[in-house]
Design a protein around this ligand. Structure first.
Ligand code: ADP
Ligand code: MG
Ligand code: MG
Length: 249
């Protein structure tokens, strides 16, 4: 289980952003986190990942019994936490395929396994690229270099498919996607989700949740989860907006 208890975190200048987050995600569950811009959703993903722009003031983040806050970012990933970022960065000159191979081998080294064989790597990559309807050219292009918004989001799910994390935090994986790309990305997420792999989706739009069905929906506003419910909560938000919500709690 990924267990976040009373997590408070701030910028290095002391500005508080997360003001006591409580969230428990069990293997196999799908959670959606919704909320207005600037609420702290991306910060939550970054703090769990160990991003150096934030400091944790109090609270805990445990993943399958391990204290993630004690680990460096690479170890958190190697333990099975995956974060797909809202704005994937471009790294020209690093071919996508090399990046994926390094990521896979770094995780294997952490788990005391030898490097992946060419055959296994290629089989898995071909399968994942088929799933995400990505053609051969994406293997050798620089990581996200000149990719469109939708291609970057697909490439994030490709990384997820290669790393097979236990907990995947997908930050606005649906934003900027046309309907075809949304279908492909959702299909990829649904394919990768299983009883051992949990997914946390950050989204502004209820639309994604028609494709990837969440078990739980949370509303994060001003650094706190102010409301949690089932999928019906997303429908309600879509209809009524966030404005009236804060008065209700
Ligand atoms: P969301 O993802 O919910 O839209 P964010 O987590 O990106 O919100 O941001 C929450 C608040 O924290 C915003 O006001 C944002 O400007 C601020 N913030 C987050 N990260 C930084 C940073 N590295 N430097 C300055 N302000 C930041
Ligand atoms: Mg964000
Ligand atoms: Mg999302």
């Amino acid at each position: 289980m990924l267990s976040i208890q009373n997590l408070k975190a701030s910028l290095l200048d002391g500005t508080p952003i997360l003001k006591g987050i409580n969230l428990e995600v069990k293997p196999g569950e799908i959670h959606a986190i919704m909320g207005l811009n600037g609420s702290g959703k991306s910060t939550l993903a970054k703090v769990i990942s160990g991003h150096p722009a934030y400091k944790v003031d109090s609270g805990s983040v445990e993943m399958d019994g391990k204290n993630l806050l004690e680990l460096d970012p690479a170890s958190r990933a190697n333990e099975g936490f995956f974060a797909s970022t809202q704005y994937p960065i471009e790294i020209p000159g690093v071919p996508n395929v090399e990046f994926l191979r390094m990521a896979v081998d770094s995780k294997r080294a952490y788990l005391k396994m030898g490097p992946i064989s060419d055959a296994e790597f290629n089989d898995r990559l071909n399968e994942a690229m088929q799933l995400l309807e990505m053609d051969e050219r994406y293997r050798t292009r620089g990581l996200n270099d000149g990719f469109s918004g939708g291609e970057k989001k697909r490439n994030e799910i490709l990384q997820m498919a290669m790393l097979l994390p236990k907990y995947a935090f997908l930050d606005e994986t649906d934003s900027g996607l046309d309907i075809d790309a949304l279908r492909i990305v959702s299909n990829g997420i649904n394919h990768l989700h299983n009883q051992n792999r949990a997914v946390i989706l950050v989204t502004h739009y209820e639309r994604l949740l028609d494709y990837v069905k969440p078990d739980f929906v949370h509303v994060l506003i001003h650094g706190k989860i102010i409301l949690s419910g089932g999928p019906e909560l997303a429908k309600k938000l879509e209809k009524e907006g966030y404005e009236n919500l804060e008065g209700n709690v």
